[in-house]
Design a protein around this ligand. Sequence first.
Ligand SMILES: Nc1ncnc2c1ncn2[C@@H]1O[C@H](COP(=O)(O)OP(=O)(O)OP(=O)(O)O)[C@@H](O)[C@H]1O
Ligand SMILES: [Mg+2]
Length: 461
Amino acid sequence: MTEMQAPPPYFNIDPDRALAELDAPATTARFAEIAAACTRGREDLASRGLNPEGRKELRLFSTWEITKYLIPVAVAHFRRVLKQNPHLPQGRAETEGGAKWFTFEEVLLLRAHFAGAGSKAKEYRPYRPAGLPAKCVAVANFKGGVGKTSTAAHLAMSAALDGYRVLVVDLDSQGSMTSIFAGRVADEWQTVFPLLARHYAGHLQAENRARMARGDDPLALDETLSEALEVKAQDLIQRTHWPNIDLIGAQLNLYWSEFQIPVWRMQGRSWKLWDALSDMLEADGVLDEYDIVFLDTPPALGYLTINGLAAADILLVPLGASFLEFDSTGRFFDMLHSTFASIEQGENMAARALGQRGLSFEWDAVRAIVTRYDRGQQAELAALMQAYLGTTLSPHRQDFTALIGQAGEQVNGIYEADYRDFNRETYARGRETFDETYAAFKRLLLGIWRREELAQARAAG
Ligand SMILES: Nc1ncnc2c1ncn2[C@@H]1O[C@H](COP(=O)(O)OP(=O)(O)OP(=O)(O)O)[C@@H](O)[C@H]1O
Ligand SMILES: [Mg+2]
């Protein structure tokens, strides 16, 4: 006789017992209680792995890692140069005669030394044409959880390790990027919100000059707009635990922009709301202070994302190699087309009426990137996507790796993890896939900068 199988778990549920387990109906106040519990838990988590002042600290880098991944010199030569130059950082050993470890500030100093004194044939500093502005890179997809923030954060960290000066701008009110870089954002006044408001305030001021010239009454600037006129991008930029990564953070209140922007636009019909972020970053000289600006966007095509996309020179669209993600990413591109085409159309109608040149958006490059790739399960679908998307799909697929997401609050990615905490094989494979993601991005970036450099040289005769 076969044993009786247990019935499935949803059979034989007794309504009275179910009632006994039930708590009272929730009122609005319940949300506040849950939120407060989350805040306490989050603070507890965040405080583990933070130093006593509550700041995140970047780990140290070993001689092995520096000479393998960061500065192209042989270990023996590296040691010799340090010995010959006692003023250079010498690192610290955890045990007598053990491996030497350096802070990332020290790595940057060492790199500068090698770049100044070392072989000219070697690339100690990454290519960056002089006189050209920073490149803005937006990472976007209206599908959630596809790896936007992970991709943007890892690219920012790899670019920083490579020696670039990086600014990260969090346009997502979920603030994940802000947590990764341990940003502190009290309210919307420490996000990009005041820059958007200042752009609109500037528009209103110009409008008012025209109104007054016509003899009309000026429109009043409310308190928010007057206050925003005093805010510069530099007031919003915070340092992070990475010496060469700065941040403009986000928190929940940033979401208010999604309601405020359309209200402003109703009042100022000719306000170019999509240009707000890029105009303000440019006006404040931000693009001269950094090499690369990464914009992390929310999983929606709202006004913040539109601003991020319009500010971008390079657009990266992460997606998983699954039917659902491929399908919704296709619809995302469709939405991008209709959104930007309708902005162009609206503008060009007005421009034609005034006999002016029309508006045409342009991006240096647009690339889709396969993320969380499982070569055992997804090779066929990825190949199909490659066949249809051609060069728009970056040929490098970013593998799914256990190194991401499982580490706690302190470590948010491969580059922040101490390799001794992992199995060597797992570490090497995880690191390799993100190094390759960066390499594919860097190839794109350098090609674009070079194109501009050559165009500039041609223009100069
Ligand atoms: N290469 C990877 N390997 C393993 N896990 C990954 C990888 N990339 C991302 N993840 C995980 O996938 C989840 C979603 O990633 P992420 O937060 O970067 O997506 P997102 O597109 O920014 O999400 P949202 O739309 O909510 O902003 C996270 O738990 C992250 O840790
Ligand atoms: Mg995200």
